[in-house]
Design a protein around this ligand. Structure first.
Ligand SMILES: [Fe+2]
Ligand SMILES: [Fe+2]
Length: 136
């Protein structure tokens, strides 16, 4: 199970997909995640909020691209995004109430694990389709 440091270390080899705007968003996501994990107190609250907002933009950007190319895997891909956003919404309520430990745990293990799988499979397939459409 990769942690955020492995995501950073392996970024170039494992997660660069070839559409620069999406690669850029993924890079920012990993940086924001690392920064959030390194923050505490009110900084953590602020960083968690930033990461959540960035994740909404990240998913919106990918879904808009998939819609533009009528990509077949789009519904399953969006469902995976929605699951993560729902979890972040739940955690945001806990963070606001002063429980940072639950969110920290999830950010340290579940979210890097999700990013690793999701980026290599669903995002990889979506980007391959974008590149194929742009080439034709
Ligand atoms: Fe993504
Ligand atoms: Fe995605």
């Amino acid at each position: 199970m990769p942690g955020v440091q492995q995501l950073r270390d392996k970024f170039e080899q494992e997660y660069v997909l070839g559409v620069s705007q999406i690669d850029q968003i993924h890079h920012e996501f990993v940086d924001l995640l690392a920064e959030t994990l390194n923050s505490a107190g009110d900084d953590f609250k602020r960083m968690f909020q930033r990461l959540w907002e960035h994740t909404q933009l990240h998913f919106f950007e990918e879904e808009a691209r998939m819609a533009a190319f009528s990509f077949a895997g789009q519904d399953a891909h969006k469902a995976d995004h929605d699951r993560i956003l729902k979890k972040m919404e739940e955690l945001s309520a806990l963070v606001a109430a002063g429980d940072h430990a639950t969110a920290l745990d999830w950010l340290a293990s579940d979210l890097p694990d999700w990013f690793d799988k999701h980026t290599r499979t669903m995002d990889g397939a979506a980007v391959a389709r974008v590149l194929q459409c742009e080439a034709s």
